[in-house]
Design a protein around this ligand. Structure first.
Ligand code: FAD
Length: 504
């Protein structure tokens, strides 16, 4: 009996997590005897933010069969080459975190070693000259990689900014066309089997009972199934990630959408500006220990450039992770599985890897603990690696103008991160534990943006002459600058290929 296949999957929640799960599972279900039901309560609503992504979303959309340009048009999206950081290292300074790689690795030795060797005697060298994404962003340009074979634009990574509500709508239409059953009703009670505490069914507010074999909890921060019912537990990371609140407001665009997100450090946190085709999303993520909601709202409204289109919306959250994302026959995705503040826009990519893990280890009725343990181990690993990457942005600041930034500079950080920073400072090598959401080039851009310079470079390049390294690097620089000039303005690209009807 126990090795029987699972026949009924019930997803609770119709936010980004719920509909991403429905889209992927309905594709997975093709040819199988597997029914998928999604229950959401539009009366409760969704979190309504989460509009900036990292490059893995391109792969996700492709996998579920969305055409890129149709998706951009339907979600009023823009392209995202990376993130512009302003006032993080010191006030008045900025740097760019591109998603594309830097330079080329020669002789099996990573590019940064050549770069820092050259920079030692040429202080005016800039890392951003060696990234196609930085070149494009500098001129507000974009090109779809496949348009340009045989040059630096042929293959590079990028992501999107999109309207989260419209994205959920696209995924819903796709899921319904693949047979997902949709119920708009509140779950009033979760029923458990007495013998082992597995979930057997959900009682809805209208009196209907929905039975299932596997339940996917996409109910947001509260984790109706995984936490409120199964009491799985939460690991708190607020000692390192102080921000526990945000206020968000949408405003009219006052200029063409940039192909990047802007994140600006403020007195007790930071502000995001996410450009879409039809509006700008803005938010102040802050620590309630150092700033009130009222002051954060006032600052945000002062700093936005266009007319506000919505009322400021407050959020509270706790940085950390659910101790198990898979507990018994309940699998948590999205905010129900934990939350890391949105500085590097990682939540949607975590939903994606959560789905991949579920499909890779899709259980039968035996719910083999070996598979459950492996998925929980992978989730923990991934969350901890992203946690460290985000803490890095706070720890490396030289800002000492407010209590918040002084705390960040002096806080003790996880040993895993301290080791990474120490090694880079010592010899320019970047530690990466596979698989990790952020590539080595992302770590390099943050080290470089915060002026962390290695004391020495890889011994194996000692015998190269500076002049020879310079010749090679100049060639890369020139070819990237030229390619950057060839691309179309981002705004023109959208207008020509994927503008929503109201794009002006
Ligand atoms: C301030 C902020 C900014 C963010 N920015 C980004 C970003 O830029 N990039 C990024 O990747 N992520 C970001 N995120 C995270 C992102 O918003 C979420 O990961 C994403 O929206 C997924 O949310 P969700 O689907 O898990 O939850 P929600 O959107 O909260 O959906 C929960 C669903 O559960 C349903 N529900 C709840 N209770 C019941 C019930 N009893 N019965 C029936 N249905 C129920 C609700 O109706 C809803 O449909 C941000 C988050 C915050 C707080």
């Amino acid at each position: 009996m126990l090795d029987q296949p699972i026949k009924k999957v019930v997803i609770v929640g119709g936010g980004t997590a719920g509909w991403m799960a429905a889209a992927s599972l309905s594709q997975f279900a093709a040819g199988k005897e597997l029914s998928i039901t999604l229950i959401e309560s539009t009366a409760i609503g969704t979190v309504g933010v989460g509009e900036a992504t990292i490059p893995s979303i391109v792969h996700y959309n492709h996998t579920i069969g969305l055409d890129e340009l149709d998706f951009i048009r339907a979600t009023r999206a823009s392209f995202k080459l990376g993130i512009q950081f302003e006032d993080w290292h010191k006030q008045g300074e900025q740097f760019f975190h591109p998603f594309a790689d830097y330079g080329i690795n020669f002789n099996g030795i990573e590019f940064q070693h050549y770069f820092y060797r050259l920079k030692k005697n040429n202080p005016s060298e800039h890392l951003h000259d060696y990234s196609i994404a930085c070149q494009l962003a500098k001129h507000n340009r974009f090109a779809q990689p496949r348009e340009n074979p045989n040059n630096p634009l042929a293959d590079y990574s990028y992501a999107y900014h999109f309207d989260a509500t419209l994205y959920a709508k696209v995924l819903r239409e796709l899921s319904l066309s693949r047979g997902v059953i949709h119920l708009d009703e509140k779950v009033a009670q979760v029923n458990l089997r007495e013998a082992d505490g597995f979930i057997t069914s959900l009682l809805l507010a209208n009196g209907q009972t929905v039975e299932g074999d596997l339940f996917i909890d996409c109910t947001g921060f509260k984790g109706l199934l995984i936490e409120e019912t199964l009491k799985t537990g939460y690991e708190d990371w607020q000692e390192w990630l102080l921000c526990d609140a945000a206020v968000a407001v949408q405003c009219a665009n006052t200029r063409e959408p940039t192909p990047y997100t802007r994140v600006t450090a403020l007195n007790a946190g930071w502000m995001w500006q996410i450009p879409l085709q039809h509006r700008m999303g803005n938010g102040y993520v802050f620590s309630s220990r150092f700033l009130s909601k009222e002051s954060a709202t006032e600052t945000l409204l002062e700093k936005i450039s266009g007319t506000p289109l919505t009322q400021p919306k407050p959020f509270v959250f706790q940085a950390g992770r659910r101790k198990k994302v898979w507990n018994k026959n309940c699998y948590a995705l999205g905010l129900a599985s934990g939350f890391l503040e949105p500085l590097e826009s990682t939540s949607i990519s975590l939903i994606q890897t959560g789905i991949t893990h579920l499909l890779t280890f899709f259980p039968d009725m035996s719910f083999d603990p070996a598979m459950i343990n492996e998925v929980n181990r992978r989730h923990q690993h991934e969350m901890e690696r992203i946690r460290d990457f985000i803490i890095l942005h706070y720890k490396l600041t030289q800002r000492d103008d407010t209590e918040f930034w002084r705390y960040c500079q002096s806080m003790t950080i996880p040993d895993s991160l301290q080791h990474k920073i120490d090694l880079f400072k010592s010899c320019g090598h970047i530690v990466q534990h596979e698989p990790e959401a952020f590539e080595k080039s992302s770590w390099l851009s943050i080290y470089h943006g915060f002026a962390v310079t290695p004391e020495r470079t890889d011994n194996r390049i000692d015998h190269f002459k500076d002049a020879d390294i310079k010749v090679q690097l100049e060639k890369i620089k020139a070819s990237l600058a030229e390619a950057g000039q060839q691309a179309t303005r981002h705004e023109d690209f959208i207008r020509k290929h994927c503008a929503a009807p109201d794009f002006e």
